[in-house]
Each structure stands twice: as structure tokens, then as C-alpha cells.
Write a protein that binds this ligand. Sequence first.
Ligand code: OSB
Ligand code: MG
Length: 369
Amino acid sequence: MELIDVELRRIRLPLVTPFRTSFGVETERDVLLVRVTTPDAQGWGECVAGSEPLYSSEHVDGAQLVAREHLLPRLFAVGDLAAAGVAGALAPVKGHQMAKAALEMAVLDAELRAAGVSFGAHLGAVREAVDCGVSVGIFPTIPEMLDQVAGYLAAGYKRVKLKIEPGWDVAPLRAVRERFGDDLLLQVDANTAYTLADAPHLALLDDLGLLLIEQPLAEDDIPGHAELAKVVKTPICLDESIVSARSAEYAIAIGACSIINIKAGRVGGYLEARRAHDVCVERRVPVWCGGMLETGIGRAANVALAALPGFTLPGDTSASDRYFDRDITEPFVLHEGMLSVPTAPGLGVAVDLEYLDAITDSVEVIGPA
Ligand code: OSB
Ligand code: MG
């Protein structure tokens, strides 16, 4: 495939409700979109980096700079480009998984649109629709949080994930159990807000019947999670720590986690995400698809990924209206707690270009040197 040019576009989309985590609050998404043009098709990619480097070391301005200055020149230098060759071509650049993932995604979309193959079919999807959970931020008060959860349950979400931090853990969780009962599939995400010294406190969560606790300790503290797993009964799930299929393999091997949240952006792309999935399946470690408040572009790919056989737990693949009043593709709508996996070629969704232009902050088009 020949790469004709690549558009880097920044859009601004307000969130329907502020999303607060232990690392910060987001009220709108400032998203870097990638559009690649090849002779046969265009392809879209979405970079999941946040506006500040608070979830990981990447952030959206940095991702755009790295894409423009370091990644795209390497892609244009490849003679006959294929999605399967993107990671190798970009490997000399260390890190920057989210920037790399966005470029690989756009190339893969173009390739699959030209070939008439959907993302799901290409990745190995075995389901037509996927079970959806919802990630609930930290609220100023417990009643406000409970109302939000009630609304999501009424909409049909199959499991709830509460964001926690020191001072917002046991009490809100007990309140959720009291109001919605013990059958609710409930899990928590700390986004690295605790240390191993908090192990006795985290063990208090054991009585709450949680599916898992996600990333309680620091990103680089994989051994600490293995220690914590000896003290708490709630299964430990890693998010931030898993930056490649290999890191998944090592974390599982040392007993740091018994469940993994897979995010394509964090591991450098959907093809590496599939390899991480395969590692987990071989080791009988359940996985689920994480989310990064994606637009319909990223959501289409996430829903396809979540349809792979090892994704046996509901993911953070919520409907478009959980995030935005208006999505930039046709909206993803929940049916009986599920989202349908797109079947049309590539991502299988169409971008609303008129709306996109209306919410665009900047566009740069990069060609061969
Ligand atoms: O830790 O899973 C996380 C959003 C932004 C950054 C990190 C995380 C999240 C979420 C939201 O939990 C998941 C979603 O997209 O609904
Ligand atoms: Mg997480």
C-alpha cells in the first residue's frame, strides 16, 4: 500500500458529565484523529492520549508531535506499507504506544476498507455483540453517584465499575451494595492511587463481592501487585502496568494479576492487543476491553476487539450517549446491555465530516518528505 498523505486533526468534544478519577477530572475530550489516504481507501485512527499526562506519560500534544516528527517520516519511508508492518517500522522510537496505536489503526482501517474486511473479522471476533459495562467517576457525594448508577442500570449496563481513591472507597461501595443488592456485577478502578502500605485497608473490600480491583498500585510496581495479591482476596486486574503482550506475560507469571484490562492504545495498537489477548487465553487469564472515553472511531475498534473469545468479562465499551450528546460517527446504542460489532469493511462506521469540521480545532496534512 502506498501512503499518499496523513491528516492529523484535533477535535474537541464535550463530555455529557465530568469524569473524575483519582488522577484528575475531564470535562471534554481533546482528541487527535488520524486520517490516512492511500490509492484505494482512506482510514481513520483515534489517539487515546489525554490532554495532560496523568493516566500515563503520554498526552495529546506530545502524541501529535511524536507522530509528526518521529513516526510519520518512518512510515513514509516504508516502500510497500501494510498494517502488520507499522509496529516494526516504528519500533526504533521508544514508547509512545498511544501515538503508534493511532497510526497503525488508521493504516489497518484503510487496508481493511480496501480489502472489504471488517475489523472484527480481521482480529478474530467470535461474537456479533458484546456485553457492556460502565465506568463511573468519583462524585462529590454518595447520593449523586447512586443516582448516576441507577440511570446506567436502567439503561441496561451489565456491570458497574466505580472509580476509587483513598477516602472514596469502602463507603460508596457499601452504599452501592445496599441500594442495588449483591447480584450487581461490581468492580473498582484505583488508577494507581494506593501503595502496598494500604494493603490492610484494601482487604476491607474483600467483603463487598467485587469482580476485581483494577490497578491499585503504581504503573511500574508489578511486583507490589504480586505482594498485594497475597493479602487481598479480591482478584487484581492490571490496566496501566500492561504496556505490551510481553508485560502481560510477565505480570501473569509472577502472580501480579489474575485478570487483565486490554487497551489497544496502551499496548501500541490493536494487533499487539490481540497478541496480549492470546497470551492471556493461553494462560487462562480472563480479559476485558478497557476504554479511554473514545469517540465512535475508537469505539468501533474496541467493540470489535471485545468480540474476541478471551474477552469473557463485560468491558468499558459503553454506548455513545454515556460520553457525548452527539458522536462523530453513527452512535453506538445499547441493546439489552450490548453493543453490536460493526460488520462493514474496516472500522465499519462512517465519520460525519460536516460535524467533524464544526468541532475541529486544527488540521495538519503531512506527506512524504
Ligand atoms: O483507567 O480505565 C481507566 C478513562 C480514561 C483513562 C483511564 C480510564 C478510563 C475509564 C473510562 O475508566 C472507560 C470508558 O471509556 O468508559
Ligand atoms: Mg483503569
